[in-house]
Design a protein around this ligand. Structure first.
Ligand code: RB5
Length: 154
């Protein structure tokens, strides 16, 4: 599995923790920045990661900012993205099983590194359940397509 990683300055340290965890686990990952703690704008990094996922360059993405909220809102503007902000392992599992979330977002100012690692591990291990959940995810795509057409970033 190829993971796209991204953060703003508010999530920079947590992204480093997650990158180290993925490297330890032997999980391929691509870091789309930011690469230092200088102030940047979170939509820029959410967009890079979201586009890498919808283009199929990476299978899933993980985004960090101070709260996890800004990157989640921004990533969800990219057609085909289902980004989920999860600060507990129950939600992380459900985000995959029920919502087929292709991006996980986390807030460095909200949770510590240990819980973040557990959330990432849970989210990476969980799979989409399909069935009735597929019907619901299809309805999310239908809402998206009614506003955005079938356009996907190329
Ligand atoms: C940056 O100060 C902060 O606003 C950002 O990291 C994030 O929390 C926004 O949602």
């Amino acid at each position: 599995m190829r993971i796209a990683l991204g953060s703003d300055h508010g999530g920079f340290h947590l992204k480093a923790v997650i990158k180290e965890y993925l490297d330890q686990q032997g999980i391929e990952n691509h870091d789309f920045g930011t690469y230092d703690a200088g102030s940047v704008d979170y939509p820029d990094y959410a967009r890079k990661v979201a586009e890498a996922v919808v283009r199929g360059e990476c299978d899933r993405g993980i985004l960090c900012c101070g709260t996890g909220i800004g990157v989640c809102i921004a990533a969800n503007k990219v057609p085909g993205i289902r980004a989920a902000l999860c600060h507990d392992t129950f939600s992380a599992r459900a985000a995959r099983e029920h919502n087929d979330a292709n991006i996980l977002t986390l807030g460095e100012r909200v949770i510590g590194p240990g819980l973040a690692r557990d959330i990432v591990a849970t989210w990476l291990a969980a799979e989409f359940s399909g069935g009735r959940h597929a019907r619901r995810v299809d309805k999310i795509s239908a809402i998206e397509n009614s506003y955005c057409g079938a356009k996907r970033p190329s």
